[in-house]
Design a protein around this ligand. Structure first.
Ligand code: SF4
Length: 201
């Protein structure tokens, strides 16, 4: 499965403790850009790009890492999201994966035919500490999502995820706080594992 980035918009607003050293802000500050301005990117319609022969530029089974320079559910992008859902629906031959610290906004920003989730969409809920896990995970686990995972990044403190883990959830961490003892991390999954599992569908 080929994996590529798709960032329909760029920029975000800091929402919680884990946003303190946001990589989008760090990256943009190097170029004196204001990362708090959420703007549409020129490859907004990337999944629908076509070749001269009319076939899609990105073939079936492409994994789109979606909205990795923002938050898919950021408020500023509400007016653009329906079009993004339409593109995701059209490319049901591919897989789309996004992360969010705004899982509480998901249910009111889903397409009307979402049902209990689309099989080609994976959603990750990020929790950086126990408070955020306890705040977000009950919402996340009761949301209609076919493929879900918990991501503890940046990991700011030990998090006990035991009560939230089940067969329908996988936890992973992309960033481990170097001050933490290894046993503090309850479970670290593998990003590629998820992609591989989704690719088998
Ligand atoms: S939600 Fe994500 S992208 Fe947005 S400010 Fe926080 S860390 Fe950055």
């Amino acid at each position: 499965m080929k994996a590529i980035d798709w960032n329909p918009w760029h920029g975000c607003h800091k929402k919680s403790e884990g946003c303190l050293n946001c990589y989008v802000y760090r990256h943009d500050s190097r170029y004196e850009k204001d990362a708090s301005l959420v703007v549409q990117n020129k490859d907004f319609r990337k999944p629908l790009q076509k070749m001269k022969n009319g076939s899609y530029k990105y073939p079936s089974k492409t994994l789109f890492y979606t909205c990795f320079t923002s938050d898919f559910l950021v408020e500023d992008a509400d007016e653009w999201r329906e079009e993004v859902w339409n593109m995701i629906r059209e490319r049901s031959d591919c897989h789309f994966l996004f992360l969010t610290k705004r899982i509480e906004r998901l249910s009111s920003h889903l397409p009307s035919d979402w049902g209990d989730g689309w099989d080609h969409v994976s959603i990750g809920c990020t929790c950086e500490n126990q408070n955020r896990a306890d705040e977000r995970l009950p919402i996340f686990l009761s949301s209609p999502i076919k493929h879900r995972f918990i991501i503890c990044e940046p990991l700011l403190a030990a998090i006990d995820l035991e009560k939230y883990l089940s067969k329908k959830s996988i936890a992973l961490s992309l960033g481990v706080n170097r001050e933490m003892k290894p046993e503090s991390v309850i479970l670290i999954g593998l990003f590629l594992f998820i992609a591989k599992q989704n690719g088998k569908k």
